[in-house]
Design a protein around this ligand. Sequence first.
Ligand code: APR
Ligand code: PHB
Length: 390
Amino acid sequence: MRTQVGIIGAGPAGLFLALLLAREGIESVILEARSREYVEGRVRAGVLEQGTVDLMHQLGVADRLMRESMTDRILDIRFEGRLIHMDMPDLVNGREVRIYGQQEVVKDLIAARLAAGGELLFEAEAMALEDIAGARPAIRFQHKGEEHRLECDVIAGCDGFHGIARLAIPADALTIYDHIFPFGWLGILSESPPLADMTYANHARGYALASRRSPRIARLYLQCTPDEDLAQWPDARIWEELHIRLNADTSELAEGRIFQKGVTPVRSFVAAPMQYGRLFLAGDAAHIVPPTGAKGLNLAAADVRVLARGLVPFLRKNDGSLVERYSQTCLQRVWKTVRFSNYMTTLLHRFPTHTPFERQIQLAELDYIAGSRAAQTVVAENYVGLPMDG
Ligand code: APR
Ligand code: PHB
């Protein structure tokens, strides 16, 4: 088998990349280890920056997004009985985010890829990469019980944090930046009307977040321990804790049937550079951010935009001038996003190691944001997403 771009992983990074390349007449094959059902059912965050929404429009995959997603103007932070109420379009020139589950994005991208007749193999697990430093790299993969070899001009490692692409790069060629926070997030989906506005809460008992998926589906999170045992969290305890931390009783935050529960780690990770020879890493394969701010999907989309822009002249006329700056260009945005996710995480969570001094600094920061339009603008500008080339 042979293709121009061998893409490992059918998450947002791999799927967006394949569609961007196809638009320019560049062929690719996507290898995805899991089944279509599994990939489409994986529940993750659901906040799309303006730039990600624009990308869906450009690719012609925004119809359902525009019908079913909700615009999100407001970002609220509750703390100590107080409220910071930020109107994003007012603070940052009409820009806003949209609420649309990541798995809905993935469903739309898969549908578009298959409708266009593009190659996308499910249950095709990449096992090894060959000759990534040379001119004819290849991916060895297993599909339907057989071993195959996909020869490519370049390989895009879009295989997420636990994939094999990053591990194929010699350890001494990579610098790893890793920070694990001493807590996790317990996330639920509930059949109940959500709070009207996206609401983050800093509470002495720990952080909480009230988001939504539709007017009838709430997406809610509670800070928990990194290895929290879900058996310790019967529904009644989850609701009780949400009411306390969000300072919202049942008249404001209605309870409903919880139909999904999971624990997410809270971690920052960056592997640099994001390229080695003819292997390019994109999305979670290269970096993860804490979920606070919901930047993971948006960062993956930004990476592959830069990658596609560089690969097109390289594969068409052997002009590598853009693609050789891929890592450098992406990492500027990555680090600014890691910074913002780190800031929001530090601002809103209860750290088991906090001294009374650190707790007072946290409260002073919240008090400052509450009283300063300049500080609110900084939060809103990052929340809606930095400009694509910023
Ligand atoms: N062979 C083939 N596919 C693989 C392999 C492999 N060896 N290893 C992993 N994969 C697949 C996974 O099954 C997954 O579907 O790669 C895909 C990676 O997708 P994501 O984890 O969604 O990563 P990415 O596309 O970078 O999207 C980033 O998604 O992970 C979330 O929170 C993250 O929101 C962020 C966004
Ligand atoms: C979500 O809706 O899943 C979500 C929203 C905001 C965040 C994180 C996750 O900061």
